[in-house]
Design a protein around this ligand. Structure first.
Ligand code: SF4
Length: 69
């Protein structure tokens, strides 16, 4: 499991759940690029955009973890 922190939340990615459907890459190509390392560049989208996109991940490999205040 890897986490990619932003201001108020982190993107969580569980590689073993990923079905490689490519939906994340299609929706937010500036953030998700499997040819680059790190493959997730969370700084390239707003938190709102990321929340919306993570909901579309069909496998549950991507999720959001909200930071404690
Ligand atoms: S949308 Fe989810 S299942 Fe599809 S490639 Fe991205 S992380 Fe993997």
């Amino acid at each position: 499991m890897k986490t990619y922190p932003k201001e108020n939340l982190s993107i969580v990615w569980e590689a073993e759940k990923c079905q490689h459907s490519g939906i994340c890459i299609k929706l937010l190509p500036k953030v998700y690029n499997p040819r680059e390392r790190p493959w997730i560049k969370q700084e390239n989208a707003t938190e709102e955009e990321i929340i919306k996109q993570v909901k579309q991940c069909p496998s549950g490999a991507l999720s959001i973890k909200y930071h404690e205040k």
